[in-house]
Design a protein around this ligand. Sequence first.
Ligand SMILES: Cc1cc2nc3c(=O)[nH]c(=O)nc-3n(C[C@H](O)[C@H](O)[C@H](O)COP(=O)(O)O)c2cc1C
Length: 172
Amino acid sequence: MKQHITPTRTERLMQKDDFIVSKTDTRGRIRYCNRIFMEISGYTEQELLGRQHNIVRHPDMPRSVFDLLWRTLREGQEFFGYIKNLAKDGSYYWTFANVSPSLDSDARLIGYYSVRRAPERAAIEQIAPVYARMIEAEREAGAKAAISASRAILNDFLDQRAASYEHYVLAV
Ligand SMILES: Cc1cc2nc3c(=O)[nH]c(=O)nc-3n(C[C@H](O)[C@H](O)[C@H](O)COP(=O)(O)O)c2cc1C
């Protein structure tokens, strides 16, 4: 069960040389986490192992970003994106995340692997207001239409820049 945490306005900053690494099984349960992950999220290894990765999900993150993440992974592709995470004490930390499928030597899926590094501030300043508009659209649209309403906002934003989400996040 996911514990309820009240988000605060306190931000934790990743250092320039920090890498947050985690590995999950095919269902998104954490199988490995590095020291930086534990330090910044405030969880112990024991608290993280075996848990769904949504343990650090922040309510400011649009559902459609995770929809895009899982679609990309299911297609066998790697995902790049800006993700705001929630620490155990309610503070938040922004990351630039790369998530990719892990395959065995027979090219069978054995899980997922992710590495996050410190995002550029300028990128967060651009993407945070877009995510806020997407969340608003998800709320207004209701559960069933949430993903498509939110995706439409993201697509508008990307269309203005003639880019896919991946191209945008890699270029910004
Ligand atoms: C390897 C891997 C890493 C992930 N990293 C994060 C992460 O840092 N933060 C996050 O909120 N979700 C992450 N996710 C996505 C979560 O599994 C989940 O889809 C997301 O938190 C949305 O949760 P919800 O469907 O319960 O709303 C990751 C998934 C995988 C497979």
